[in-house]
Design a protein. Structure first.
Ligand SMILES: [Zn+2]
Ligand SMILES: [Zn+2]
Length: 338
């Protein structure tokens, strides 16, 4: 089969590899759709080549391994990205699979889903809600990252004033999930983000701000009576956004780093932690409880995933897909096997 592989020299190539077959407790899935993630685009330290990349996926079960009980051939599914966990460490015991010391992820340490087929442990599989098509179903993983950030790490509550920095796929999902919790959401972008900001407006986000056109401090003085926002979700991965978020969060507010930063950031801990008691929180991918929450929101039609899918391309056009994914005029690009 054809598969998009990250090679040992760091380059990406469409290669011919044998079809995988499921071991005991594993399921073989025919890929129908896989989304391009920021981690595929910009290189990510967890990816250990040579490996087939891709992890935001939906497909159909075509074969089950020995001992598989809950999953059936022909089922329409999506999958968690956990391909292996130790099951014994304190994080595993607590359901925090994302933090397991020996975790191996689909498309980073284990062959992923930019291919015709992949195999994964039965426990990671979830059936897709019946009204969700495969292209939309591929967004379950990024949605689970958003439910993890908003519900589990941010503990967002009704009436919280929430600031989302960065209107990319993650920011648009985080904003929608925060809305389902009854928060008042302000999403921010910069010039070039117009298309994404327009979508945010169409999705019903309360305040949509181009930071180069609107004075955010002035707007927040009005909305928060000068206190600052209750929660910041930094979804852009830009150091400038980190500084802005930390400036705009209120005393004892919560700052959640949801996007990946590719540079070190220098922080004034005296101001942030000592003077203002701001709570700094991390949010790393997703874990089983985040998937249950994400699929629940999909089942109840509380989030619009379909609107985020701007491009669908065959896998053989992956280079074009990756190029488009780096442009801010796109949102989510889905690749499907030819
Ligand atoms: Zn991803
Ligand atoms: Zn573990």
């Amino acid at each position: 089969m054809k598969a998009l592989m990250k090679l040992i020299n760091g380059e990406m190539a469409l290669v011919n590899v044998p079809e995988p077959s499921p071991g005991p407790g594993e399921v073989k899935v025919q890929v129908k759709a896989t989304g391009i993630c920021g981690t595929d685009l910009y290189g990510y330290s967890a990816v250990k080549p040579p490996v087939i990349i891709g992890h935001e996926t939906a497909g159909e079960v075509v074969e089950i391994g020995e001992g598989v009980k809950k999953v059936r051939v022909g089922e329409r599914i999506t999958t968690e990205t956990t391909a292996y966990i130790c099951g014994k460490c304190r994080f595993c015991q607590n359901g925090d699979y994302n933090l397991c010391l020996e975790r191996r992820g689909l498309g980073s340490k284990i062959n992923g889903t930019f291919a015709d087929y992949f195999v994964i442990r039965e426990e990671s599989i979830h059936p897709l809600p019946s009204h969700i098509d495969f292209f939309t179903g591929a967004l379950t993983e990024p949605l689970a990252c958003a439910t993890h950030a908003v519900m589990e790490q941010g503990e967002t509550l009704v009436n919280d004033v929430v600031l989302v920095l960065g209107p990319g796929p993650l920011g648009l999902l985080v904003s929608q999930v925060a809305k389902t919790k009854g928060a008042k959401v302000i999403i921010c972008g910069i010039s070039g983000d117009e298309k994404r900001l327009t979508l945010a407006k169409n999705l019903g986000i309360d305040f949509v701000v181009n930071l180069e056109e609107i004075d955010i401090s002035k707007l927040l003085r009005k909305i928060t009576k000068g206190y600052g926002v209750d929660i910041v979700f930094e979804c852009s991965g830009s150091p400038a956004a980190v500084h802005l978020g930390l400036e705009l969060v209120r005393k004892r507010g919560r700052y959640i780093q949801a996007g990946i930063l590719h540079q070190r950031v220098e922080l004034d801990f005296n101001d942030i932690l000592f003077t203002r008691e701001v709570c700094l929180i991390g949010s790393h991918t997703q874990k089983p409880s985040s998937w249950v929450k994400a699929l629940g929101l999909m089942e109840e039609k509380k989030v619009n995933l379909k609107a985020l899918v701007t491009h669908r391309l065959p896998l053989r056009e992956w280079e074009r897909g990756f190029k488009i994914a780096k442009e801010k005029s796109s949102i989510k690009i889905i690749l499907y096997p030819d």
